[in-house]
Design a binder for this molecule. Sequence first.
Ligand code: ZN
Length: 183
Amino acid sequence: MDNDATLLLDLDGVSVHRVELLEDGRRRVHLTTADSSARACPACGVFATRSKGRALTRPRDLPYGERALEFFWHKRRWWCGEPACPRKSFTESLPQIPAGARITERLRAAAGRRVRDAGSTVIQAARDLHLSWSTVMASFTVQAREVTGAPLPEVRVLGIDETRRGRTEVGTGCRNREVATGA
Ligand SMILES: [Zn+2]
């Protein structure tokens, strides 16, 4: 269901079913599953066809405007149809909202990027995004590894800045001493 609200939210795998305005001004967004891969069994990968009922997940997402949105993801439980699979049943899961996750992956990633790229402290990012210190720190650790673990770009042209020219003062001093001893 690609309605305007879904386009506005731009969260992969879910559709906006409706948006509810609560008395205190918060907006509650009811989400349904849009990506059929959410019903692939996490153990064997077979797509389930027999529903086991419904489940409700309330993941937190990035802030929108002045007030945060409240998510209600109405998802399904499924029976795995693969007889040999050790997993009998499971609830729907998406890369952006993994099973059991209390925040969306894009919120988690944004927290780490604030520290890595925007110079925020972990405490400040945690306050801004209403997350725990440990959540922000864990995200930052993962994102920092993307930088430090990335291979260095291949050197095509070695400029003059990268070479050392002449001898150092220490080297010169030694040579002079050797000359003096030999004389
Ligand atoms: Zn399975």
